[in-house]
Design a protein around this ligand. Structure first.
Ligand code: CMP
Length: 141
């Protein structure tokens, strides 16, 4: 039996700046994702550091968290069968130079850092990321 899975995504400040919100959300819907929750907000550098704590030792941690706190973002909870892997396929490779034609990053990302969109990479990270941005009542159906 196929089971529904939830994932989490961020339309990053670069994509918001490029007026790509509508196009990216259209891609989610056209590809079978149900939008369970959505909001636009700004996060602080400290909040970005907490969200990306798993990357704390990476050389790009400082600039990544500067970037993610540099302007509005749109966060969404998505649902679909196989949502985590399917979203990552739709996003394309982290580095847009390696992203497939037709993917969101191929169309909207500037480079490996300003790469338009984030998506959870596994079930445990999806749970953490959904609960970082959404309260229980926002996801209970
Ligand atoms: P994301 O999917 O949000 O997960 C971590 C982010 O770190 C990634 O997208 C990129 O924005 C950024 N990132 C990953 N690798 C690099 C890199 N080599 N240089 C700069 N930024 C990176």
């Amino acid at each position: 039996m196929k089971t529904l899975q939830r994932t989490f995504t961020i339309i990053k400040p670069d994509a918001v700046q490029k007026n790509a919100i509508g196009d990216i959300i259209e891609q989610f819907e056209k590809n079978g994702f149900k939008i369970l929750a959505i909001k636009m907000l700004e996060i602080t550098k400290h909040q970005a550091e907490q969200f990306y704590a798993v990357h704390a030792s990476r050389p790009f941690y400082g600039s990544l968290t500067d970037f993610m706190s540099s302007g509005p973002i749109v966060v969404l909870a998505l649902e679909k069968e196989n949502a985590i892997a399917d979203l990552r396929m739709l996003m394309g490779a982290t580095n847009p130079a390696q992203a497939e034609e037709g993917t969101i990053r191929k169309k909207w990302a500037t480079n490996i850092e300003f790469n338009a969109i984030h998506g959870s990479d596994a079930e445990d990270t999806a749970r953490f990321e959904l609960s970082f941005f959404f309260a229980g009542y926002e996801l209970s159906k």
